[in-house]
Design a protein around this ligand. Structure first.
Ligand code: 6GU
Length: 226
């Protein structure tokens, strides 16, 4: 998979890919991340990427021309499955969308800033608009990092234990069961006995029950209940 991220602040997006699982995924050649500074696509001497909005009103708007130049340049080199625009008024991101995106070959992620991009960018270039929740961030970069992390970890070979992404919360619209490790008794706080019983079919069914009970209690909406 190749992800091209278009941003006015590429610095925000360097460190997430330089550590831990994402770093290893890149080193293994399972994903390529390319950051593009929108200012490199501006032709005027002031390197202006935003301007006042037509009709008046507070806040600047990202101009269409540098974005067009950047996206057109990328598309001349390869085909893209999606051009994603990160914006608080996009579709709410969830595990289902992460699963779908993890199967794509090449995607572009455009990070919004200020009052957002000229609507014509959304009308003519963007194929998918994503928000990571109902709150506003100063820019789409941190949201793009969230989306990248959630999809990259789903690419086969990225996680050491191939099955571990399959047992995540949300993967079956259920929350994950509780987990424990040594010591089995810490200051009198004991691990559920079933987990040290060695009876694996019973452990599996205990985990399923726990997943269901937790979901019912904490996130009944996932079960279609309120
Ligand atoms: Cl994708 N962008 C911004 N600026 N704020 C957000 C967001 C995105 N998702 C939630 N809040």
């Amino acid at each position: 998979m190749r992800i091209d991220i278009i941003t006015v602040v590429p610095d925000i997006l360097t460190s997430p890919f330089e550590v831990s699982i994402l770093k290893r995924a890149i080193e293994k050649g399972l994903v390529e991340i390319h950051l593009h500074n929108l200012r490199d696509y501006v032709t005027d001497n002031y390197k202006q990427i935003d301007d006042y909005q037509f009709g008046g009103g507070a806040g600047m708007v990202m101009m269409i021309e540098p974005i067009d130049k950047c996206i057109t340049d990328l598309k001349s080199q390869r085909d893209y499955d999606e051009v994603i625009y990160m914006t608080p008024d996009g579709d709410k991101f969830d595990q289902r969308t992460a699963n779908t995106l993890s199967l794509k070959e090449n995607i572009i992620i455009l990070c919004g800033h200020y009052k957002g991009v000229d609507q014509r960018v959304r009308d003519h270039f963007v194929t998918k608009e994503i928000s990571i929740g109902d709150y506003v961030l100063s820019g789409g970069e941190l949201a793009a990092a969230v989306v990248c992390d959630s999809i990259i970890r789903l690419i086969p070979g990225v996680l050491g234990n191939e099955t571990s992404a399959l047992t995540d919360s949300f993967q079956d619209d259920l929350l994950a069961p509780p987990v424990y490790t040594r010591p089995a008794d810490y200051k009198g706080w004991k691990v559920p006995e079933i987990l040290t019983s060695g009876n694996f079919p019973k452990i599996e069914s205990w985990r399923e029950d726990q997943s269901y009970e937790r979901t019912k209690k904490l996130r009944p909406d996932l079960l279609g209940e309120e």
